[in-house]
Design a protein around this ligand. Structure first.
Ligand code: ZN
Length: 224
């Protein structure tokens, strides 16, 4: 998980800070997930070491212009990159109509699949490796905070320990890795948990913006 702050200014850009956008790079899958897309976010991407063509998911917190006025330009540029096959956009209930209107009235045709998801508090996305959830924040319009959580990873398996005990190499090692108990032909039993480090807790990042204090933001951000 690598986080790049593309814009942290509120309402209007300044000379040194653009309006809202945060990029989450997932190097293991060569993907970038974007959180909000204020005007000129694509210019900020050009100034970073991130590749626009790797943008795979875009999560929109709310419909205020300083969070979405860069979305259509970025989506258009992704089409010109030529290597994008699908982008999923997540956001509040009117986001799909906003995007549909912009596409229609600017006669824009995207050469890739654009999937727009209307979010509700709860789970937004999950694929086994990552889960994205959202909660409603307190703002003048419906606004969502997002949390991306990695799944826990199994701890390191100490293969040398199993070898030293004369456990025959093969499928039994797989069972030990999963923390199962095995019984050998000679009657000895081994608990897989004795061969593995404790599981590594997955990391989480939370994106909350434009809210006054609210319990939902606190709950969303627990241990992030
Ligand atoms: Zn706002």
């Amino acid at each position: 998980m690598e986080i790049t702050f593309l814009g942290t200014s509120s309402g209007v850009p300044t000379r040194t800070r653009n309006v809202s956008s945060v990029a989450l790079r997932l190097p293991q899958r060569k993907e970038i997930w974007l959180f909000d897309c204020g005007e000129a976010t694509q210019h900020q991407l050009l100034r970073s070491d991130l590749r626009t063509s790797q943008i795979r998911r875009i999560f929109i917190s709310h419909m205020h212009g300083d969070h979405i006025f860069g979305l259509m330009g970025l989506l258009a540029s992704c089409g010109l990159a030529g290597t994008v096959s699908q982008i999923d956009v997540y956001g509040p209930p009117t986001l799909d109509r906003y995007i549909a209107s912009c596409l229609r009235w600017s006669v824009m045709r995207l050469p890739y699949k654009l999937q727009v998801h209307t979010v509700e508090p709860g789970e937004v996305f999950s694929d086994g490796e990552f889960t994205v959830t959202c909660r409603l924040l307190h703002h003048r319009v419906p606004a969502f905070g997002y949390r991306v959580s990695e799944s826990d990873r199994p701890g390191r398996f100490h293969v040398e320990k199993a070898q030293a005990l004369g456990i025959p190499f093969g499928p039994l090692y797989g069972q030990l890795k999963q923390g199962k108990t095995i019984t050998l032909a000679d009657g000895r039993t081994f608990d897989g948990r004795d061969f593995c480090d404790p599981p590594q807790r997955g990391r989480s990042m939370v994106y909350c913006t434009d809210t006054v204090f609210c319990e939902s933001a606190v709950e969303l951000a627990q241990q992030a």
